[in-house]
Design a binder for this molecule. Structure first.
Ligand code: FES
Length: 282
């Protein structure tokens, strides 16, 4: 990550040479860190610059102050889950899956984290859409929540359903909050401990006749299945891809994905791509 070794003095606004929107590098204070379910953490940062600039579907790279700056994989890309612009707070939900996220999970309220964001292209739901299906798996849910929350405010007449999959009921988070948003939730679990016993795409399939736009975020097999369903039913949509990232701002080409127009960077050209744009088998 360029500039990563430079001593930070508070707020920096950096601009990727490949990217038109501002990206901030800040030190943000942890206000809340709470385990929602085994291994899943809610992290709230006081980060007014990020709160005012963020769009649903964007993410930030989070890093604990003082950790090895020569190890770029310790800065983890985490999707934005909720923004409180009045308070200047930004919420994230992440799952501990390695050293970078384990270090984040050990942070304490009052501690500062190094934050790079907001990064990437967010979701854009066309004005013509009247019935939106959100499809989320695991930690693919948080950016969909931010999207639904924003749409509830800006387009209250839009019908929104959530098709939410996980291995067990412990992977399905914030169901009361989704209910409070007025979103119809269709849970599915691999072990049958909550909702449909099987893949979330099996729950989505019979509902497609009522849907005119799809927005999905989650594991690659789920996204590929959603793409197949959307193409077969001629329903447009957008997919938010996950990728291993290093620089996070378009410079290292370490997060490439296949698209119909060639290789693109997930961090800065995505993470949200048109449903019919992504080529999975490359
Ligand atoms: Fe470096 Fe995307 S993470 S280009």
């Amino acid at each position: 990550m360029h500039n990563a070794t430079r001593k930070m003095t508070g707020i920096e606004q950096i601009m990727s040479t490949h990217h038109a929107r501002p990206i901030f590098r800040i030190q943000a204070t942890v206000t809340t860190l709470r385990e929602l379910s085994p291994g899943y953490f809610l992290l709230i940062l006081h980060a007014p610059e990020l709160a005012h600039a963020a769009q649903p579907g964007q993410f930030a790279q989070l890093r604990v102050v003082g950790q090895d700056v020569l190890d770029p994989l310790l800065a983890r890309p985490i999707s934005i889950h909720h923004v409180d612009t009045a308070a200047g707070d930004v919420s994230f939900i992440f799952k501990v899956v390695g050293r970078g996220t384990a270090l984040l999970a050990a942070a304490k309220p009052g501690e500062e984290l190094i934050v790079l964001g907001p990064v990437g292209n967010g979701f854009h739901i066309p004005d013509t859409a009247t019935s939106l299906a959100l499809i989320g798996g695991g930690v693919g849910m948080p950016p969909l929540y931010y999207l639904a929350e924003t749409l509830r405010r800006t387009r209250p007449a839009l019908g929104i359903s959530l098709f939410y999959g996980g291995r067990t009921s412990a992977d399905l988070l914030l169901l009361p909050e989704w209910d409070a948003l007025g979103v119809s939730v269709y849970p599915a679990t691999d072990d049958g401990s909550l909702g449909y016993h099987g893949l979330v795409t099996a729950v989505l399939t019979p509902q497609l006749v009522t849907i005119d736009f799809l927005a999905a975020c989650g594991p690659r097999p789920m996204l590929q299945a959603v793409q197949g369903l959307g193409l077969a039913a001629k329903i447009p949509g957008q997919l938010s891809l996950e990728a291993r990232m290093a620089c996070g701002v378009g410079a290292c080409l370490g997060c490439m994905c296949g698209t119909v127009s060639g290789g693109r960077r997930v961090c800065i050209d995505g993470p949200v791509f048109a449903l019919d744009e992504v080529v999975f088998d490359v």
